[in-house]
Design a protein around this ligand. Structure first.
Ligand SMILES: NC(=O)c1ccc[n+]([C@@H]2O[C@H](COP(=O)([O-])OP(=O)(O)OC[C@H]3O[C@@H](n4cnc5c(N)ncnc54)[C@H](OP(=O)(O)O)[C@@H]3O)[C@@H](O)[C@H]2O)c1
Length: 264
């Protein structure tokens, strides 16, 4: 068990994690405290989640686990205020691009875990990468369970965590652009916008679910829907001529490069 837990920053990601973990009983509301910046946010969250809230740093000696869910730019100043955490405190960062070495150097007595979740965690369909020296211990499995409360978890090396950040961490952003583009295409061929969006989103969801549930390679699934001389292969051909595949590859590579730059 992660024990008494302090979550610092309850925005999109911190909120998604807390809601999932509390709903699934991975965290107990009575053992969960939050630190946010604004009084009104603190009041709303404590009422909604039944947790204890603070707007100034509580006594860090009280906590077994500290979850850091602030933006990477804010993290260094927050770490400054956590210098005195007791030896062995479990500290979990969701911040993109901040390495375990940097986290360790800031607070060497903590037991650090790095994670890279994504926003579908807010509906229990997240994909989280988890890395740290102790990922394969009982403690690591407790941290894993926290993120499994909001979706799938891959326990990986730190290098792969950064790579997954550029694929699944940023991925919802890519998917929303693709969804919007497909909806535009639907409108262009005469569909009403709301129907085009619904059809595109349900198709994206269904195709992803099929790939996950069948375990088949995507090329096999694509082959099953492209009859010789047919309509779907005509569509795919035009999309690939337009650079669909290489644009997606370049996008993921650019995202990783930017994350490496920010982490320096
Ligand atoms: N969103 C994603 O897709 C995604 C994916 C993977 C990882 N992450 C990581 O998740 C982390 C949080 O991102 P987010 O998207 O959840 O951002 P967010 O919605 O802006 O949430 C950050 C929260 O931190 C609060 N905060 C700022 N300074 C604070 C302080 N000193 N003490 C306590 N709370 C403070 C902010 O409060 P105010 O509103 O008052 O400023 C805000 O509520 C980032 O490190 C990011 O790299 C995000």
């Amino acid at each position: 068990m992660l024990g008494k837990t302090l979550c610092i920053g309850v925005g999109s990601m911190g909120g998604a994690l807390l809601r999932g973990a509390l709903q699934h009983g991975v965290l107990k509301a009575s053992d969960t405290h939050i630190l946010v910046r604004r009084e009104e946010q603190c009041k709303a969250l404590t009422e909604e989640l039944g947790v204890v809230g603070f707007t100034t740093m509580p006594n860090v000696h009280e906590y077994n686990t500290i979850l850091l869910a602030v933006k990477p730019q804010v993290l260094p100043s927050v770490l400054e205020t956590l210098k005195e955490v007791p030896y062995g405190t479990v500290m979990i960062s969701v911040a993109a691009g901040i390495t375990l070495d940097t986290l360790d150097a800031a607070i060497p007595q903590a037991n650090w875990f790095r994670t890279m979740p994504n926003t579908p965690a807010s509906i229990g369909a997240g994909m989280t990468a988890l890395a740290g020296d102790d990922v394969h211990t009982d403690l690591g499995r407790d941290v894993q369970a926290l993120f499994e409360a909001v979706g799938e978890v891959a326990v990986v090396s730190e290098a792969d965590l950064d790579r997954l950040g550029a694929l699944s961490g940023a991925g919802p952003g890519y998917m929303f652009v693709i969804l919007d583009a497909l909806a535009d295409a639907g409108v262009r061929i005469g569909l009403p916008r709301h129907l085009a969006i619904k059809a595109a989103a349900q198709t994206m969801y269904g195709a992803g679910k099929m790939a996950l549930e069948s375990g088949n390679h995507p090329a096999v699934l694509r082959d099953q829907v492209t009859s010789p001389g047919g309509t779907t292969i005509a569509g795919i051909g035009a999309m690939e001529k337009g650079g669909l595949r290489s644009a997606l590859q370049d996008g993921v590579v650019a995202c990783l490069a930017r994350s490496n730059e920010l982490g320096k």
